[in-house]
Design a protein around this ligand. Structure first.
Ligand SMILES: Nc1ncnc2c1ncn2[C@@H]1O[C@H](COP(=O)(O)OP(=O)(O)OP(=O)(O)O)[C@@H](O)[C@H]1O
Ligand SMILES: [Mg+2]
Length: 346
């Protein structure tokens, strides 16, 4: 689906990325699943933008982010950095890609060396990229980076990773990015382990990074309220497929895919203070065991399922300005069930 914001070459682009995994087990269950199923995405650095990738557990979010980061390869499809397949980048371009596309993980504890004081991750960046000319300049830079993420240097400098809270460790990671100034941050569930107050702080830092440093972000979450707080674009992932995309305002206030509609009924109110439980009304959902390419992934749960939904994979239909849904309810040539017409699908 298209999330283009201008006509330039995207800084990072996924084109029809699919990742299949083998499913072992009894002969009945053996097969393969498409953890990520023909997902396309364009992330631009200019103007900087935030795209939230929202989906339930197991929908393929982490797999997709690992493919974008070059940590694992897609089964089919490609990832492009500034228009070049990341596998075809020369040494210099690859370094640039690695530097400019930076991850933030759920809890970065594993990334820190437990034997080094916390400021070392910042000092290393300054040293490796020769960001400072003198020692005192380096010290000032560490202080500035910590303040940029709302940490008081005196509170954290000299402490070891285990002596910080999860939220503080997360923010030191953002301080590291403040120094590195990548073009794109890929954040996989960065706030799911931290409490609500700190979560808002963290999201505000990402918004600040976009507005003041021009850093774009792919924000991966199962929490629709968090995505709403950030604004920008949203991609809704269901069993590896993007079923709806558009601006978050449009998608939340005028969802055009039955899956998105169902997800929204489980959000009491769109409020970042309110945790969105993806489990509430999707309890019985089980991922199809084998990959069924030629049908809608949502067909077994869809209240408006039509015969065509089990026969073909729905293409993307424009449902609003810059909004798309992969759903035959938007195909003018398909006759809809009465319930769907009553629900507003014409
Ligand atoms: N290395 C692997 N081998 C086999 N299957 C895998 C592998 N990695 C992921 N999967 C499967 O792919 C699907 C997508 O997993 P993924 O971790 O990308 O989901 P997710 O959206 O990040 O979920 P969560 O919200 O729980 O983090 C799941 O069904 C998972 O079991
Ligand atoms: Mg995940």
């Amino acid at each position: 689906m298209n999330t283009m914001s201008d006509n330039n070459v995207p800084t990072l682009q996924a084109r029809n990325v699919t990742k299949e995994f083998a499913v072992s087990g009894s002969s009945l269950r053996r097969g393969h699943i498409a953890a990520v199923d023909q997902v396309s995405l364009s992330l631009y650095a200019k103007p900087p933008q935030i795209i939230s990738l929202v989906g339930e557990s197991g929908s393929g979010k982490t797999t997709f982010s690992r493919i974008l980061l070059g940590l694992t390869g897609p089964t089919t499809g490609e990832v492009l950095y500034r228009g070049t397949n990341i596998l075809a980048l020369n040494k210099q371009q690859f370094r640039e890609y690695r530097l400019n596309v930076q991850p933030v993980f759920q809890d970065p504890y594993g990334i820190y060396n437990p034997f080094y004081r916390i400021e070392r991750v910042l000092e290393l960046v300054i040293h490796n990229f020769k960001l400072a000319k003198t020692k005192s300049q380096a010290i000032d830079m560490v202080d500035e980076a910590l303040r940029a993420v709302d940490l008081r240097p005196n509170d954290v400098i000299g402490r070891y990773p285990h002596q910080l809270s999860g939220g503080e460790r997360q923010r030191v990671m953002l301080a590291r990015l403040y120094l590195l100034k990548p073009r794109i941050i890929i954040a996989d569930e960065p706030v799911s382990m931290i409490d609500v107050a700190v979560r808002t702080l963290f999201l505000n830092i990402l918004l600040d990074f976009r507005d003041k440093l021009g850093i774009s972000c792919l924000f991966i979450t199962h929490n629709l309220s968090t995505a709403y707080y950030l604004g920008g674009q949203i991609m809704v992932l269901c069993f590896g497929r993007v079923v709806e995309t558009g601006s978050i305002d449009q998608v939340v206030h005028n969802p055009s895919h039955p899956y998105t509609q169902q997800l929204l009924t489980s959000v009491p109110s769109i409020d970042p203070e309110n945790r969105w439980s993806t489990r509430s009304n999707l309890e019985s959902v089980e991922r199809p065991v084998t990959h069924e390419a030629n049908k809608c992934v949502y067909v077994t749960r869809c209240p408006y399922a039509m015969p065509i939904c089990s026969q073909q994979r729905p293409p993307d239909f424009a449902t609003g300005e810059g909004q798309y849904a992969a759903c035959f309810l938007h195909d003018r040539n398909v006759e809809k069930p009465e319930a769907a017409v009553e629900a507003g699908f014409k």
